[in-house]
Write a protein that binds this ligand. Structure first.
Ligand code: THU
Length: 274
């Protein structure tokens, strides 16, 4: 994975930090050996000392999700010099992630990269962290389906609709672009043979969900979340069937997309022939 991708993920995580007291937002993105990206943001408290840094939120989230091996962590904050992790975070990262690469960036693209042992020479604690018994052996395989899954967007939507409310009623006639990551361009080979495609996306602005509620798209009657297309879902995924108008390089033009500008696209699939 490119450093830029890891930093972009930390930048996005920074916007989800909870820092009303210091107003100093920090984002961290941790890359696991499996290629998953786990993020964290600093999370403050009215009792200031209860505050936890972005790096620890990320590593604890990852460890609890079942990840045990890590490659690198990116940390981003709005400061003149790139943000270096505090001593407590260095100690916690050493225990749980070992001598990983620490990539520190500010918002002006100033970046420093160091190994954790350069930031924390002669650390306290066992260097045999990777030999520690883990709960992995104890985890029953029937429970594995509960382990969080992380996706890496393959592209994003570009159109003029900035909020879900601004999507016009006649969106079915409107054109949108889907920018596919140039690294994934080869995956578009022969897609031009399709008239319609399915776009799988992540509704990045959706917050929270209800399992059963009045559903506007279903005559305001009560339906379960799995019996409708409501955007507020346990996993804010969407599937949109659209007309493929043209493909130029890594940019698809489609008609009828019900997604707003910037929506991360997770996958493009062909429509099942009837
Ligand atoms: N902070 C981090 O999130 N990471 C660091 O490495 C240093 C400090 C946070 C904690 C607190 O919410 C704010 O920055 C000001 O100290």
């Amino acid at each position: 994975m490119k450093t830029e991708t890891l930093l972009a993920s930390a930048r996005a995580a920074r916007l989800r930090a909870y820092a009303p007291y210091s107003r100093f937002l920090v984002g961290a993105a941790l890359l696991t050996e499996e290629g998953a990206l786990i993020t964290g943001g600093n999370t403050e408290n009215a009792s200031y000392g209860m505050t936890v840094c972005a790096e620890r939120v990320a590593i604890w989230t990852a460890v609890h999700a079942g990840y045990r091996k890590f490659k690198s962590i990116a940390v981003v904050a709005d400061c003149v010099l790139p943000p270096t992790p505090c001593g407590a975070c260095r100690q916690v990262l050493w225990e749980l992630a070992g001598n990983i690469e620490v990539i520190m960036g500010n918002l002006n693209e100033k970046i420093i990269s160091m190994k954790l042992l350069e930031l924390l020479p002669q650390p306290f604690g066992s260097a045999a962290w990777s030999d520690n018994p883990t709960s992995d052996q104890l985890m029953h395989s029937e429970d594995m389906w509960r382990v969080p899954v992380s996706f890496h967007p393959v592209g994003h939507v570009v159109n003029n609709y900035q909020t879900p409310q601004s999507l016009p009623e006649n969106y079915k006639e409107q054109l949108s672009a889907i920018f596919i990551d140039p690294e994934m361009k080869e995956g578009l080979y022969r897609l031009n043979e399709e008239k319609k495609i399915n776009v799988i996306s992540y509704l990045h602005q959706a917050q929270g969900y209800t399992l059963k509620d009045k559903r506007s798209g279903r005559g305001n009657e009560v339906y379960g979340v799995f019996a409708c297309r409501a955007p507020l879902r346990p996993n804010a995924m969407a599937q949109s069937t659209v007309e493929l108008v043209e493909i130029r390089k890594n940019i698809l033009t489609v008609r009828g997309l019900d997604l707003i500008n910037g929506t991360p696209v997770l996958d493009i699939k062909t429509v099942m022939p009837q």
